[in-house]
Each structure stands twice: as structure tokens, then as C-alpha cells.
Ligand binder design. Structure first.
Ligand code: AMP
Ligand code: MG
Length: 481
């Protein structure tokens, strides 16, 4: 590994140095070797992966540390938070020269653990491991993981579960909530911290006329694009608190997330979200709220009172770009999924008409885009109670596609419509086996989800392709992890 330890350059008030506390009886779970190669792990480091991913081996080049941050949880100010069960154990350079954080989750108590035990259970570690991998392969910016380990040590949740650790990778662990913590508790750090964020993550903004404004604009843009991609693949994060969004617009902190099966815009996978704050359809609005909240934390950076009002207006103006950026990426993505030309005025409405059918007929989102792509129109119609609605849609759909370059549109559809997503019941099966030390299903899903757009007849199982029958009770997913 090639180390680039830059987080420790920050003021020591922003973190606490801490060694991981290994679990008893650590054992191999799964190793993401292609990612280790991308991160330039040597053969020796790769053969040591269980020790590294279980906190038994740390690196003299980087003193492990827990970061402090704050946040708004479910819309309420939650005060100081921080890495309560995770440690930044290294920052290393990948093959492309990008610095990547290695963050060990489940590594024991830190000063920020509050009421928690500093641990993670195997169930939630597998959920995070496979989701990060799936999103990366789907082309959605996201954290990922080099591997995870299980253990013989039990960790108490609603019941006693096997403890586990995950070695997460991300381009950035600086959350919107970092700025909230600084403003609330150590405001003198704001300027130097912001400067570092720009240097590390948005160096192109350093030479802009107004670097902070350029930085804010970039964060807004990347977040809008990330959310558009979530919506297009049907991903619901589940806990979009300000401490769970980072400043580079890459998906972070997988808890009670879900990939939507039957199309329900008001769907929520998180059974702890009683008010439905984080439903699928609310994600763009919540991201906007989080960014608005974050921009307020940049206002003190205008030191000259005469310029403050103008700076506030400029920040507000930059946030106005969120909605058009989101909509443009969503619109283009939906046209690609539909196989409709982006520049035709009726394409977006036709896409919406298809979504309306999926919603009213409670059809599977992923499966029916694949049927559309394969022109299995009768199969979709057969599943509809209101066949007239589908026929009206199909007439308009075929009309728009007439006289278009359908070869190109069909190619677009292939790369925009995944065959495989991570359905809750697929995860459930993999977790149940893993809890009996059988990681074969984790491995199968890992391989399958490596190429979600490619048919893998040898690997797939019929249940990977469709939701469970609607009379089977949904798998309950909560914040417990
Ligand atoms: P989350 O909603 O999972 O992102 O977690 C919110 C905060 O709670 C973060 O500061 C976590 O580090 C902390 N936390 C969650 N679970 C635990 C745990 N088992 N032990 C200690 N801290 C935890
Ligand atoms: Mg979190």
C-alpha cells in the first residue's frame, strides 16, 4: 500500500487516536480481491487480509483514529456524533492516484460511542458489503469494502448475533455533519477545515474566483447526480441524516436501505422511520434540505460584514441549481431506461406513464424495465388489471420510437437497465447461511452483482429476477445494526 496520511494533518480536536479492539475468534467472511488490486495491496497484504479486516493488524504509517462530527437526525438537531464504532485505519493511493480511506467498522468503543457498544453484527456488515459493491457496479458513486470478517464473539441486538467487522473504502468520510460540529463546538476551525476540504476533494476550485462558492456548487451538483442515480436504480438509502451524506456525493453509511421491487414511490424500507421522512420519493427533497442546512454552515466564512449578504445570496443561488441538475440527470436516465430519444418532447411524459402503470399495477420496477427492453409487451400486459391503460401507453411508446435510431436506443437500454439488483430476500438468504459459517451465497451474490447488466445464466437463480409473491410478508429492516 502507498500511504497518504492526510486526515491527521487536521486540528487534533477533530479526531481521537484510537486502536481497534479485535473481536474474539475472527474468521474470514469475504474478500474483494479486485478492489484490493485497485488499491495496490501487495501479495503479502492480500494474504494478511483477515488480520487487517479484523483489527489485528494496523499500520505504523497511519495511527488509527475516530472522527468527530455532528448532525441532524430525522430532521432534528442531534448534537455531537462521530465514529462510534468505526476507525479510519489508513489513507492509501489507488492505481489512478486517488486517495482512498480505509475505515474499519465494528472496531470497538470510541469517545463518540454514546450508548452504543462499538460493534457491528454480521447481518448489517453483509448488507453494507453487498450494497456498496452493487451500487459501484451499477455505476452509482458509493463507498465499497475490501472485505469483512466474522467472529465467534456475540453482539447483543434484539437477539445475540455474531459480531463482525467491515473494511470500508471511500473517497471521503467528511460528512455534511462535520461542518455542523465545527460551527457548534469549535467555530475557529471552520476556515482551515474548509480549505483542506477544497484542497483534497475539489482542487480545481482553488483557482476559481470564489473558491468556497465553487466548492459549494460542486458539492450540490455531485449530490444531485448521486440522488438522480439512486432514483433510477430504485435505491432508497433509508437514513439520509446530515451525518450520513458526505461532501463528494458518494453513497455512505448503509443501514436500513433497500432496492425497490414493486414500484411504490412512498415506499420505505426502514421500519424505524415511522413518519416516512426517508421514502423513495422524498430523497431529492431531503437531499435539498440537507444541503440547505449545510450551506448555512458556510456563511460564517464571509469575514467581511459588508460582503456577508452577497455571499448568502450567492450560496442560495448555488442551491437553486440542485433541482434542475437532479431533473436533467433523472430525465436523461429515464429516457435511456425507456429506450426513448432524449430530445423528443414526449419522451419524459411517456416514461412517467410507464411508471404510473408500474405503480398502479404494483409491478416490479427492475423486472419490467427488462421486459420493456426485450419487447415482451404481452408479458407486461398480462400482469396488468387495467390492460387499456397499458395499450394506450404502448401506442404512444411505439409512436415515439418510430423513425428513430432504435438500434442506438436499444443499446442505451441495455446499459441503463440492470438485470440484477440486491433484493431483500436475496440478502436474507445470504445472511442466514453466513450466520452458519457458509459464505457461498455471499460469494454468489458478489459475483452476480459484479455485472448487473449482463445475463449470467450459470450464476442466477429464478428468485433473483422477481419480487416475492405479494402475499408473502415483507422482510422487516430497521435501524438496528
Ligand atoms: P448511523 O445512523 O448508523 O449512521 O449512526 C449514527 C451514529 O451512531 C454514528 O455516530 C455511529 O457511529 C453511532 N453508532 C451506531 N451504532 C453504534 C454502535 N453499535 N456503537 C457505537 N456507536 C454507534
Ligand atoms: Mg452514520
Amino acid at each position: 500500500m502507498q500511504f497518504n496520511p492526510r486526515y491527521p494533518e487536521l486540528d487534533a480536536r477533530l479526531y481521537h487516536q484510537q486502536m481497534p479492539l479485535p473481536l474474539k475468534g475472527a474468521k474470514a467472511g469475504h474478500f474483494n480481491q479486485p478492489l484490493a488490486e485497485q488499491l495496490q495491496w501487495s501479495a503479502e497484504e492480500q494474504s494478511d487480509w483477515v488480520a487487517i479486516c479484523s483489527g489485528q493488524k494496523t499500520f505504523p504509517e497511519f495511527p488509527p483514529l475516530a472522527m468527530v462530527y455532528a448532525g441532524h437526525q430525522f430532521g432534528q438537531w442531534a448534537g455531537q456524533l462521530g465514529d462510534g464504532r468505526g476507525l479510519l485505519i489508513a489513507q492509501i493511493v489507488d492505481r489512478q492516484g486517488q486517495t482512498i480511506d480505509l475505515h474499519l467498522k465494528g472496531a470497538g468503543l470510541t469517545p463518540y460511542s454514546r450508548m452504543g457498544d462499538g460493534r457491528a453484527v454480521l447481518r448489517s456488515v453483509i448488507r453494507e458489503y453487498l450494497a456498496g459493491h452493487a451500487l459501484n457496479a451499477l455505476g452509482v458513486c458509493s463507498s465499497n469494502a475490501v472485505g469483512f470478517t466474522s467472529s465467534t464473539q456475540g453482539v447483543q441486538r434484539e437477539k445475540l448475533e455474531p459480531g463482525a467487522m467491515l473494511l470500508r473504502t471511500a473517497d471521503c468520510h467528511i460528512r455534511l455533519g462535520h461542518f455542523e460540529w465545527i460551527n457548534q463546538y469549535q467555530p475557529d476551525l471552520l476556515s482551515s477545515f474548509t480549505q483542506k476540504c477544497i484542497e483534497w476533494h475539489y482542487p480545481e476550485c482553488l483557482t476559481a474566483e470564489q473558491p468556497i462558492l465553487a466548492f459549494a456548487t460542486q458539492v450540490i451538483q455531485r449530490t444531485a447526480i448521486m440522488i438522480a442515480k439512486w432514483q433510477l436504480v430504485g435505491f432508497a438509502h433509508g437514513v439520509m441524516n446530515t451525518d450520513n451524506l458526505n461532501i463528494t456525493g458518494s453513497t455512505l453509511d448503509f443501514g436500513p436501505y433497500g432496492f425497490m421491487e414493486r414500484f411504490r414511490p412512498d415506499w420505505i424500507n426502514n421500519h424505524s422511520d415511522y413518519n416516512g421522512r426517508y421514502t423513495y420519493q422524498n430523497q431529492p427533497g431531503i437531499a435539498h434540505w440537507n444541503l440547505w442546512n449545510w450551506l448555512n454552515n458556510l456563511i460564517p466564512l464571509a469575514t467581511d460584514p459588508a460582503e456577508k449578504e452577497q455571499f448568502k445570496a450567492d450560496l442560495a443561488h448555488s442551491l437553486e441549481q440542485f433541482e434542475p441538475t437532479f431533473l436533467e440527470h433523472y430525465r436523461i436516465g429515464l429516457c435511456q431506461k425507456m429506450g426513448l430519444p432524449q430530445f423528443h418532447t414526449d419522451s419524459f411524459d411517456c416514461g412517467m406513464a410507464f411508471l404510473k402503470i408500474l405503480q398502479s399495477e404494483q409491478l416490479d420496477y427492475t423486472q419490467n424495465f427488462i421486459r420493456l427492453q426485450q419487447q415482451e409487451y404481452d408479458a407486461i400486459k398480462d400482469d396488468c388489471l387495467d390492460r387499456h391503460q397499458f395499450e394506450t401507453f404502448l401506442t404512444q411508446y411505439e409512436q415515439i420510437r418510430t423513425h428513430q435510431d432504435t438500434d442506438q436506443l436499444n443499446t442505451d437500454m441495455l446499459s441503463a437497465n440492470p438485470i440484477y439488483i440486491l433484493r431483500n430476500h436475496m440478502l436474507q438468504k445470504a445472511i442466514e447461511l453466513a450466520e452458519q459459517d457458509d459464505f457461498s451465497e455471499v460469494d454468489r451474490l458478489f459475483q452476480l452483482l459484479s455485472q448487473p447488466y449482463v445475463k449470467q445464466t450459470m450464476l442466477e437463480k429464478p428468485e433473483d429476477l422477481a419480487p416475492l409473491p405479494s402475499d408473502v410478508p415483507e422482510i422487516v429492516v430497521s435501524c438496528s445494526s
